[in-house]
Design a protein around this ligand. Structure first.
Ligand SMILES: *Cc1c(COP(=O)(O)O)cnc(C)c1O
Length: 255
């Protein structure tokens, strides 16, 4: 596990940051006439060690999100022994030869961008665990970013994923290009929300009783430290927040 923090970290800083983020979410929900319970905070703990995760867990935070598989596996192992009820989300790029530990150790995967990855995750999800909850990652910024499936392919991928027995398709995820232009932020998030509505409609006409389809397809994983307000205004149900909860990551770990 990476332990780049050399100084003792004051615990009160963690509660101050958590409360500040929860306050931002609550304010954004008020502005959008939404109930704060409709938005789940995912703490993006990449680069931070297990003790920082457990510190937030002790303050009531349940959901944690990781990008780097090896780092995540060590951290999950360390945390499970003490806090078995945490929910782990994988949000990083997925190589097809790395799907097995993801299928075995995570509760959610947000970064499915192709059929092959989805099929492998379904085949490798252990029988004793509930189906893996998944979102399809969509590239809403065109040339500006490489990861995620193109918007025009999202519906076909969604229908394929919805038919896989050990996955439960829950929604869409996006990482728009960084921008300080709130109008642009909202346009990217609105595109994802619109796409999700279309796909939900399509799933409603094709879903079988075995694959509930549209009923479960309700999640929009969008919004990070700098744009969570815009995301919530456009319907985010899961915001993925790292920096605002843990502080600035060392530059070499930036994605
Ligand atoms: C790092 C990361 C985040 C968190 O970003 P912050 O700006 O630190 O809040 C969210 N989502 C994904 C996919 C990430 O890689």
């Amino acid at each position: 596990m990476r332990e780049h923090e050399t100084h003792a970290y004051p615990a009160h800083a963690a509660s101050g940051r958590l409360n500040a983020v929860l306050g931002r979410i609550a304010d954004a929900c008020t502005s959008a006439h939404r109930s704060p319970e409709t938005v789940t905070l995912l703490a993006v703990s990449k680069t931070w060690n297990a003790s920082r995760v457990l510190e937030l867990a002790a303050l009531g935070q349940r959901a944690f999100a990781e990008n780097y598989l090896q780092e995540a596996l060590e951290k999950i192992g360390a945390c499970r022994a003490v806090a078995p009820d945490l929910v782990w989300h994988f949000i990083g790029p997925i190589q097809s030869n790395k799907t097995k530990p993801i299928a075995e150790q995570f509760d959610w995967v947000h970064s499915i961008d192709r059929d092959k990855i989805a099929r492998r995750l379904s085949e490798q999800r252990p029988d004793h665990l509930p189906p893996l909850q998944v979102c399809i990652q969509v590239n809403v910024s065109g040339e500006g970013s490489k990861s995620g499936c193109p918007p025009e392919q999202a519906q076909a991928l969604a229908l394929a994923v919805a038919s896989l027995p050990r996955l439960r398709l829950r929604g869409l995820m996006a990482i728009p290009e960084p921008s300080t232009d709130v109008g642009l932020q909202r346009a990217r998030f609105a595109l994802l929300a619109r796409l999700a509505r279309q796909i939900r409609k399509e799933l409603a006409t094709t879903g079988s009783s075995e694959n509930p389809g549209a009923r479960d397809f309700s999640m929009l994983s969008m919004g990070m430290s700098d744009d969570l307000e815009a995301a919530i205004a456009e319907g985010a149900t899961m915001v993925r927040v790292g920096t605002a909860l843990f502080g600035k990551r060392p530059p070499k770990h930036e994605p």
